[in-house]
Design a protein around this ligand. Structure first.
Ligand code: IMP
Length: 424
């Protein structure tokens, strides 16, 4: 049963991309994206190791023998996805999009900017409003773009009219947000009326374009499964951002958890043989909301916080915002493993221990279950970025503690950006 799911067990940005990249390279025939939209940034490498970043496309897109599938639980901005498809020279032989994927339309992005960007620190890509309209059974899908174009055009027109005349936002505020949207999307237009006309025209060419890519991806995946193809399923965000999770409302609007895989892909739970949970050695978060270990981390790292953030490169891949950093909390990871049925953990960024502990030479991991005072200091010597450090006693005992606390026996480690710096 060759189906593997890769789930980030924190708030996204755990380093899933590295693990997915390796599995794509060495193993997968099929790569599936099951939730989110262009709010994520995934780093992938081509055959000769050149780096690329995708936002909505699955990570197998550079491997010509890999079928890439975007399933129903993903939201699609037809304009930005078109640009990504163009950039990567994608053909319909290696990209399949579920006809049921909800669309992200201009009014969704404008509303995200007008209301939610400030409120909960969203990526302002229109993700939440697009899912909200879908759940209210009031959105359109990419299937509609292909076959119900006239309905879609009326919908887009009406929604923009409603939003632009809403008395919830002053005219000045709406105009400034609208101008920002036009600039970001490289529209050389300045007034709403001309924009609507030009957008509706654009939908016509997009309708033709997407016809070749759209299909019933649940049926496709079932048939690939029964052909014994190796299927890799990747999320865009992490479990901590799940809309049904405890961080609500500071979450994304979809389900990165295992439940999201089932509803989106049409595969069932018995068809999944491995759930790989990705855990970064420390926590990072963009956007608002509780962050249990941030204060203690910042207090400890004190004046070096900006230096640490820079050397770790902890800035949002989509928005460039600085990420809030904190220590790893193994109780949260345990809950994530139990909820998602994780049977392998990959701990990423082990090498970054050097960047964090520089002077004081200690590193902190929180756990209520096993450590006194709810936290432990792992005293470690500075590690070299090579295999030697994998045998160091402190690291091995740390991994033992992770096994004991999470009750997951298979632990893998990633300790550098290169493909060979990952020990399964
Ligand atoms: P949205 O997904 O743009 O609606 O944003 C909702 C919340 O999820 C915000 O706190 C974002 O910063 C966060 N978020 C969305 N995508 C990612 C991601 O790929 N990595 C980390 N945080 C994300």
């Amino acid at each position: 049963m060759p189906v593997k799911v890769v789930i980030g067990l924190q708030w996204g940005d755990e380093g899933k991309g590295k693990v997915v990249d390796q599995l794509v390279h060495d193993w997968a025939d099929v790569c599936v994206r099951y939730q989110g939209g262009a709010n994520a940034g995934h780093t992938i490498y081509n055959e000769i190791g050149t780096k690329f970043v995708t936002h909505a496309l699955p990570s197998g897109i550079l491997k010509s023998s890999c079928k890439n599938i975007i399933t129903t639980g993903c939201v699609i901005n037809p304009i930005t996805l078109f640009k990504e498809i163009d950039l990567f020279n994608v053909t319909y032989q290696n990209l399949y999009i579920s006809s049921g994927c909800p669309l992200i339309l201009p009014h969704h992005i404008l509303l995200d900017k007008l209301k939610y960007q400030k409120k909960i620190g969203t990526t302002a890509k229109g993700i939440g409003p697009a899912y909200a309209d879908y759940i209210a059974r009031d959105n359109k899908t990419i299937g509609d773009l292909c076959v119900n174009l006239e309905d879609l055009r009326i919908y887009v027109y009406d929604q923009l009219q409603i939003l632009s005349t809403s008395n919830k936002y002053s005219k000045e505020y709406f105009d400034s947000v609208f101008q920002e949207y036009l600039k970001e999307n490289e529209f050389e237009i300045t007034d709403l009326k001309t924009f609507i006309a030009s957008y509706l025209d654009k939908l016509e060419s997009l309708s033709l374009f997407y016809r070749d890519f759209v299909s019933n991806t649940s049926q496709l995946l079932q048939s690939l499964y029964w052909m014994n193809k190796k299927i890799l399923i990747e999320g865009a965000q992490g479990w901590g951002l799940d809309v049904w999770g405890s961080s609500y409302p500071n979450v994304t609007s979809s389900s990165p958890n295992i439940g999201g895989v089932l509803t989106s892909t049409g595969l069932n739970h018995q068809q999944i043989d491995e759930v790989i949970g990705i855990v970064k050695l420390y926590k990072s978060k963009v956007g608002e909301g509780e962050h249990s270990t941030q204060e203690h981390f910042e207090r400890n790292v004190a004046k070096r916080i900006e230096e640490v953030r820079s050397s770790l490169g902890e800035f949002g891949a989509t928005t460039g915002r600085p990420r809030r950093l904190g220590w790893l909390n193994l109780d949260e990871i345990t809950e994530a493993c139990q909820t998602n049925g994780v049977n392998r953990i990959v701990i990423t960024r082990l090498d970054s221990i050097n960047d964090i502990i520089k002077k004081d030479n200690h590193f902190c991991v929180y756990s209520n279950a096993d450590y006194q005072d709810h936290l432990a200091w792992l005293s470690m010597d500075h590690f070299e970025r090579d295999d030697a450090f994998l045998n160091q006693h402190a690291l091995l005992s740390f991994i033992d503690n992770v096994k004991k606390i999470t009750k997951v026996d298979n632990i893998s480690v990633s300790y550098g950006p290169r493909r060979n710096q990952l020990k399964w």
